[in-house]
Design a protein around this ligand. Sequence first.
Ligand SMILES: [Zn+2]
Length: 233
Amino acid sequence: MVPILLLGVPGAGKGTQAKRLVARYHIPHLSTGDMLREIETSGSAQGVQIGHDMHQGNLVPDTVVCQVVGKRLQRPDCRNGYILDGFPRTLPQAEWLIGFLHNGASFRPAGPIIVVYLTVGYNDLYRRLLGRRSCPECGRIYNDFTQPPRQAGVCDLDQTALVQRHDDDPAVIRERLSAYEERTLPLVQFFRSHGQLLEINGAEPVNRVSERMFAAIDPFIAVPACPPTGGGQ
Ligand SMILES: [Zn+2]
């Protein structure tokens, strides 16, 4: 059983690569956002508090997030491992996770925790986020630089004019990137000594990134006999 953590700035391709990890290793993809929303909709006192924090734009406290994640990691589908996305986000969360895996968890890792750090140079990333367009009709995502539609500015499927999301606006992007770096570099440092840190260049084409990621992870995980071919794109 091997847990995989995904670290990387917004736009580094974590979502796409997470799907491919699920397909290859047959382990669940756990996002903290999904877990918190699940508790929120449960109607429990804790759910009400979490909902309040999220809607106020407050950070849910580390102790609460850790408790929620800890509970989720005890479910039977985590027996063979899992992909953690969006957690840990702070050093205290990272320290908690290492302690939990060694002492509290029902399913303990056979080896070091694998941390995939998708890196993308600032300029590439900026360009990539700036180029993002989506179709308001069908929700399909395009990118002027990496995944352009056949006809500029128009959805391939339904010919609707593509739009840019508000948080893909240049000033918002710059702010998000620097906030992310400030928060993530200490985690990268931490996992250099408390895990198997795999630095993967996320600026390459999506398929190349997946190949490099699998080649780096395979030695730590027994790949099922008949892996399905990677989905999408
Ligand atoms: Zn469309």
